[in-house]
Design a binder for this molecule. Sequence first.
Ligand code: PGA
Length: 247
Amino acid sequence: MRKLIAGNWKMNGLVSSQAEIEALKGLTGSATCDIVVCPPFTLLDRAVERVKGSSLTIGAQDCHAQQSGAHTGDISAEMLADIGAHYVILGHSERRVAHGEDDAMVLEKAVAAHQAGLISIVCVGETRHERDEGRAIKVVDKQLRASVPEGATGQTLVIAYEPVWAIGTGLVPTNEQIEEMHAAIRQVLQERLGSDGHSVRILYGGSVKASNAEALFRLRNVDGALVGGASLKASEFAAVTLAAQTS
Ligand code: PGA
């Protein structure tokens, strides 16, 4: 399966940060994996213009479930597609915690994203407490069943497994824990989506950086990465994409 490397800039980046995207274009010229950068809303339009003619694509970090209407401060999937974004991250744990997003809301947003022609990157993952209690797989199973839309395919959906305790902490699960979780996710996808479940890419996310990427990409059912901190510097992010191509 062709790997996908997605950079999540979170609430980082000013107009001057476009230089990182320009540098990335040079560093990832003939990449054999898909690469998407997800800057904040304020930079999306410029970023789409910047990557024209290159193999990079642009994604957003969230969207609203409705097409338009009285939703002050929100952005719809249609608006994102309209400016040329290709992907949208949905259900990131930071949004689940800070904005009270639940699985039902993530499902509605994913449906809206697919209707608008965007590829959704739906995030799932357990907390430290849930893992310590031995409930990690059960938690992720429930999140997946409640947030993956009927009829999704590898062309419309990507799953990102991001243990909450691994995000921004430098901690990474063991290889066995990642392979076990990704196998469980693959099974749910197949149950929900039939043969299309095979083609949905399952990314690992949480403290991915150039130094651990190659080993992660060799694991079974790891089809790429969702990268936070290490995506902010073009050289580091390019190194992660390089690891995807050599492993
Ligand atoms: P991190 O973040 O790579 O900084 O751990 C990943 C994410 O939250 O998507």
